[in-house]
Ligand binder design. Sequence first.
Ligand code: RI2
Length: 355
Amino acid sequence: MRAIEELAVRYQEKALALPLWFEAGSLKLLDQTKLPFKEEINTMENVEQLGDAIRSMMIRGSGAIGICGVYGMFLAAYQSNGNPEAVREAGVLLKSTRPTAVNLMKTVDEMAAAVKGTGSELVDVLEAKAVAIIDRQLDFEYKLGEHGASLIEDGDTIMTHCHSGALGGAGYGGRALSVIRRAHEQGKNIHVYTCETRPYLQGARITAYELKKFGIPHTLITDNMSGFCMNTGRINKIVVGSDRVSANGDLANKVGTYMHALAAKEHGIPFYTATSSHTIDFDTPSGDAIEVEMRNSDEVVQIQGVRIAPEGTDALYPSFDITPSRLISGIITEKGVITVPFEQNLNRLNEKVNI
Ligand code: RI2
C-alpha cells in the first residue's frame, strides 16, 4: 500500500471525518451535497472530475478544498506516470474552481514548488509532499482547537455560521468546530447555535450533522434569528471559520458573517474567527482586495431544487462577505490567538513562522 493510502487508513482508525482520500488509483469523497440524508461516496477518476466536484460544492470549506489541491496535484502526477506538464495543468484547473478561499491556491503552489524530476521520482516526491501537507493541516486543527478552547468557558453558548468543521478540513474539526470539539472534550458544558446558512444550508445540513456526531448539544436557527438570540442573552460567544484573512485582519467568510459580527459588536459579544496561518494572505492588504465569488442565483430562488420565488424573480448570490477587523475580537490560529493591533501582530506571526 502506498503511503498516501496508508494516510487514509491511519485517519479512519482515529475516527476522523475524512472529506477526501486516495484509494486504488483514484480519489474518493463524501458528497457533501447529499448530507445529512445520505452518506454517499463518489469516485473522482481524474482532476477534471475533482474540479467539477469543487465547483458544485460536493466538497467545500476552505480547508477541504486546500486538501483537494494536494490530492489533485498528486493524482495528476500518478495518472500521467510522472509528467510535470500534466501536474502544471492540474494546478491551473484546480485554482480556477473557486476564487475566494486562499488555501487551495497555496496548496497547489506548494505542491507545484515540490515538483522534481519525471516518472516515478516525480510521483514519489509529490506523494511525500501530499502526506506532509495533510498531516500538517490535521496537526494545525488540533493546535488551533487547543488555543481556541482556552477562550471557551463552562456554560458558554457559542454561535457559528456556515460549516467550518471536520469535513471542511482535514478531519478533526476543521477550524471553528476544532475549537468547539476541543472545549467539549475538555468537559466544558457548552451549547452551540448553528445558523442555517442560506442559501446552501451548510449550517443546517453539515454543521448540525457533525455536532450530532460529536455529541455536542446544539440548536439550529435561521440566519435572521442571530440578532434576536444575541439580544435575548442566548449567545455569548461567536466562532466562525474564514476563507481568507487579509494582511490587516479583515476576513472573508460565508455571506451573513458580516451581519452577525455587526450585531455582536452592538451586544458586546466576542467574535472570533478560527483559522490556520495558511488562510492568512499577506499578499492581500485588506478585505476590499478579496475577490468575492458570485454563484448562480438559481441557488437563491430554489431550496434543494424546490422553487421558492415566482418565475422571473431576479436574485443575487454573493457566496461570501467581508468582515472588517474592527469587528473581530481575535483570530485563532495554530500558533495562538492574534488580537489587536491585527496588522502588526499578524506580521509578527509571519516573521516568526515560515508561513
Ligand atoms: P474553513 C465555507 O465556504 C464557509 O465560508 C465556511 O465558513 C468556510 O468555508 C470555512 O472554511 P463554502 O466552501 O475555515 O461552503 O472551515 O462556500 O476551512
